[in-house]
Design a protein around this ligand. Structure first.
Ligand SMILES: [Zn+2]
Length: 112
């Protein structure tokens, strides 16, 4: 599309970790607040801290769907890494628990 790609950033998280993160995610069906059973639990299990609504597992985060999404990633998207690595454009950042930490590392990788 007439855009030159200088760098490609891969944010790497092991599959098992992705499964753990996604399968523990809960979303309030009323206000949309998101939680995690391990990292950001609600005060009362299954009940949104913000509005008292019920927290649920999104279809996207169900274990079978997560496995399917990972499979698709490894088949369709991951091969692109080799393509860009061969051109010296691929940088890999280790995905952290905290989004802000991953953002910092990503900015560093782009500048460096
Ligand atoms: Zn809520």
């Amino acid at each position: 599309m007439g855009v030159t790609i200088d760098k490609v950033v891969e944010i790497y998280v092991a599959d098992e970790k992705i499964q753990q993160r996604l399968s523990g995610r809960r979303v309030c069906e009323v206000c949309g607040n998101s939680y995690h059973v391990d990292f950001k639990p609600t005060k009362v299990e299954g009940v949104c801290d913000g509005c008292g609504g019920k927290t649920v597992i999104r279809k996207d985060d169900e274990p079978a769907t997560v496995l399917d999404r990972l499979k698709t990633y490894h088949e369709k998207t991951a091969p692109l890494k080799d393509y860009y690595a061969k051109q010296g454009k691929l940088v890999t950042v280790e995905g952290q628990e905290e989004v802000s930490e991953t953002s910092k590392l990503t900015l560093k990788a782009i500048e460096g």
